[in-house]
Design a protein around this ligand. Structure first.
Ligand SMILES: Cc1cc2nc3c(=O)[nH]c(=O)nc-3n(C[C@H](O)[C@H](O)[C@H](O)COP(=O)(O)OP(=O)(O)OC[C@H]3O[C@@H](n4cnc5c(N)ncnc54)[C@H](O)[C@@H]3O)c2cc1C
Length: 513
């Protein structure tokens, strides 16, 4: 099989780490190919708690450097993606038998200090007994604390990193899997397979980035034949979504007697997101689902704090993901480090493979920067770091003021209702102008496939964002699936079939015979 394309970097994995590295590398002038076996953000990177946070809990493990770094990134992501990242106030009800008040106060003080210089409100004491914030909670919860972090649209963060990478010259191939790669003198020769057609492609690359998340060890040992000593620890985490549990824009952080915490966050206007669990996982990564014990755990935690009880019958949606954590030999799944390790394997000057172990969606930008620094010795002409201040597509919102931008969107496209204007402004930022270019009425947006997902948006997602399936459109590129009926789904599926937009990705690489 002869190689048909030569790249500087072959990035394996279209989660946040792969997309982030592809973007950074393309912007430094490298010729990049990103291959993703499913759709962008199909796995871990769309299954998160949607937080851009330092991780208050990690202070208990003395992970000050990790928390500080993440808090700096929190501020950077707010400025480069103000449409996707939002400030969020959290209320932590006080439970004297779990952590003493002085310990919580010191923790929050440290959290404020580590995030100092940022734009988020500092922590404070709250009197739940006499405040609206305590209204949905059980009467005995009289005191609490408030602190700030951010939420994010995790899967759109991935998609927009990939979009920017492509606009800077990267080739992004969804539905394509790395089958194998071997070193041939100064290059890797890699075999890529189109998952739908089983057609194979051969490419050469000067370096490989293994950002395969839960498959990282499998890619290293089975696809690349490496004997790296770094190991990954797979930990499953699940979330449930119920109808809006309380009013207001604040979120809650609930302490569980096992010392874990559960987040309860307003979600997509009409819903509340609750998670997560931490369960050691020994099976294949792939598609994972919540099990009844996890649903019970989350419902019981909520019920021990909230007046209005919830049960499995209240769950309207759930999702699960596998954390690909770097194995630090901790005994408890919840205690395994959330830190990252960037490992370069390049025996005797041969072409390198960089593997990304662990990490969080919060620090992907910084991890990409560090990863490329590690590869710099192989790319003498690689450009300097640049992602610190460059907005993601649609993120160039004046002053980062999303509320003013939403108001502007309503003025410019008055036929959008308030909810739709907000959803589109947040999803696309200033790129909304491309989506609604020459659209003059609601009717011109075409058929509604549920949740306000109209034909022009579907076409845009297919054309600009590599969406290929009902799943992509309802659950990753948007969350309109929360409002779509089975009949809507069938109509959307039929539309995608009719327009030939399912299954195979548009080939950008030549296939080998
Ligand atoms: C339950 C849960 C909650 C979390 N909450 C948060 C949070 O609130 N905040 C935060 O900062 N972090 C959070 N995280 C952590 C964060 O989600 C992960 O660190 C991050 O998403 C990992 O991204 P990744 O790109 O490494 O992996 P993934 O997103 O899994 O991407 C890897 C990709 O590689 C692809 N792939 C694998 N093998 C191949 C192959 N051979 N060829 C082609 N493609 C391949 C896969 O299909 C996959 O799409 C959470 C994680 C979980 C599981």
């Amino acid at each position: 099989m002869s190689a048909t394309d030569v790249f500087d970097l072959l990035v394996v994995g279209g989660g946040i780490n792969g997309a982030g590295i592809a973007r950074d590398a393309a912007g430094r002038g490298l010729h990049v190919l990103l291959v993703e076996q499913a759709g962008l953000a199909s796995y871990t990177s769309s299954s998160t708690t949607k937080l851009i946070h330092g991780g208050l809990r990690y202070l208990e493990y003395f992970k000050f450097r990790l928390v500080r770094e993440a808090l700096i990134e929190r501020e950077r992501l707010l400025s480069i993606a103000p449409h996707l990242v939002s400030r969020q106030r959290f209320i932590l009800p006080y439970q004297p038998w779990l952590r003493p008040a002085w310990a919580v106060r010191i923790g929050l003080f440290l959290y404020d200090c580590l995030g100092s210089g940022g734009s988020l409100e500092r922590s404070a004491n709250v009197r739940l007994a006499s405040s609206e914030l305590g209204r949905p909670l059980r009467r005995e919860l009289r005191r609490g604390f408030a602190f700030s972090d951010c939420t994010v649209d995790d899967s759109r963060l991935v998609v927009l990193n990939a979009r920017d990478a492509a606009e800077r010259g990267a080739v992004v191939q969804v539905g394509h899997r790395l089958v194998s790669a071997a070193r041939e003198r100064h290059f890797w020769r890699a075999e890529i397979e189109c998952v739908a057609s089983r057609r194979k492609f051969s490419v050469d690359a000067r370096a490989i980035v293994n950002a395969a998340g839960p498959w990282i060890s499998k890619v290293l040992t089975e696809r690349l034949g490496s004997d790296s000593r770094q190991a990954v620890r797979l930990v499953k985490g699940s979330h449930i979504v119920v109808r809006q549990l309380f009013e207001g824009e604040h979120a809650y952080v609930l302490q569980h007697p096992d010392r874990r915490i559960v987040f309860v966050i307003p979600y997509q206007d009409d819903f509340t997101l609750i998670g997560t669990t931490d369960v050691a996982w020994r099976g294949e990564p792939g598609r994972v689902a919540i099990d009844p014990a996890e649903t019970d755990y989350l419902c019981q935690t909520v019920n021990s704090y909230f007046e209005r009880p919830i049960g499995p019958a209240d769950v309207v949606w759930s999702y699960s993901g596998i954390r690909p954590l770097w194995d630090d030999a901790a005994t408890e799944a919840s205690a395994v480090t959330r830190d990252y390790v960037l490992d370069v394997d390049a025996p005797q000057g041969q072409p390198p493979v960089l593997s990304v172990f662990g990490g969080k969606i919060t620090n992907y930008r910084h991890v990409a920067e560090l990863g490329l620094e590690k590869l710099a010795p192989w790319f003498e002409r690689m450009g300097a770091a640049w992602t610190l201040t460059a907005p993601l597509p649609g993120g160039d919102i004046p002053g980062g003021d999303i509320d003013a931008f939403i108001a502007e969107v309503r003025r410019r496209w008055p036929f959008l209702d308030a909810l739709q204007a907000r959803r589109l402004a947040r999803a696309y930022g200033t790129r909304i102008a491309r989506l609604l270019e020459s659209v003059v009425s609601r009717d011109a947006m075409g058929e509604d496939f549920g949740g306000g997902m109209t034909r022009i948006e579907v076409d845009y997602l297919v054309r600009e964002e590599w969406a290929r399936s009902v799943e992509d459109i309802y659950w990753r590129h948007s969350k309109t699936g929360l409002h779509a009926s089975p009949a809507d789904q069938q109509r959307l599926d039929a539309y995608l079939q009719k327009t030939g937009n399912t299954g195979q990705a548009r080939p950008a690489l030549a296939s080998s015979p």
